[in-house]
Design a protein around this ligand. Structure first.
Ligand code: MN
Length: 201
């Protein structure tokens, strides 16, 4: 069965003013759609069509680059849309808040380290909060790689993702990636991140 572009759980303008409607529309309907179209073309007629996108990522070293780039793009963006929401941001609570304090010292220190993972990723890529061996960790990946992939430098289950490709912010923030990253905190859906944390740990 072919992969499908997931519907956004909110309107294109719902993350304004932090992420603008035009960026969201192009990002979802053009960029993510292209990853879906291209991964489907790359797996068409093969046994890979029976697998989930997570199963493909976990064995990505067995696949050609078109599947790594476009399958990764599909997984990454599907997660990205879900961990953002309108009227969101603030701070996590409960077990996730406690785990962040244990792993990074404080929520403020976590934000500093996560932002640094995004700003220091050269060129296109992603910053991640992951669960590995039951614990939280931070990392970043190039291009459309992700920490589920068996080729990833740091492996784990992603629970928070931040796209730092220029297409994620250039229309509104131009070259100012740190300004986009600062705004990202206002749209993080901590309820969804907590849910993913509880499932992954
Ligand atoms: Mn993107």
């Amino acid at each position: 069965m072919a992969f499908e572009l997931p519907q956004l759980p909110y309107a294109y303008n719902a993350l304004e003013p932090h992420i603008d409607a035009q960026t969201m529309e192009i990002h979802h309907s053009k960029h993510h759609q292209a990853y879906v179209t291209n991964v489907n073309a790359a797996i068409a007629g093969s046994d890979t069509e029976k697998l989930s996108i997570e199963e493909i990522c976990k064995n990505i070293s067995n696949y050609p680059m078109a599947i790594r780039n476009n399958g990764g793009g599909h997984y990454n963006h599907s997660l990205f849309w879900s961990i953002m929401a309108p009227n969101a941001g603030g701070e996590p609570s409960g077990d996730l808040a406690a785990a962040i304090n244990t792993a990074f010292g404080s929520f403020a220190e976590f934000k500093t380290l996560f932002a640094a993972a995004g700003t220091t990723r050269f060129g296109s890529g992603w910053a991640w909060l992951i669960v590995a061996d039951g614990k939280l960790a931070l990392c970043s990946t190039p291009n459309q790689d992700n920490p589920l992939m068996d080729i990833a430098e740091v492996k784990g289950t992603p629970i928070l993702a931040m796209d730092v490709w220029e297409h994620a912010y250039y229309l509104k923030y131009q070259n100012k990636r740190p300004d986009y990253i600062a705004a990202f905190w206002s749209v993080v859906n901590w309820a969804e991140v907590s849910k993913r944390f509880n499932e992954a740990k």
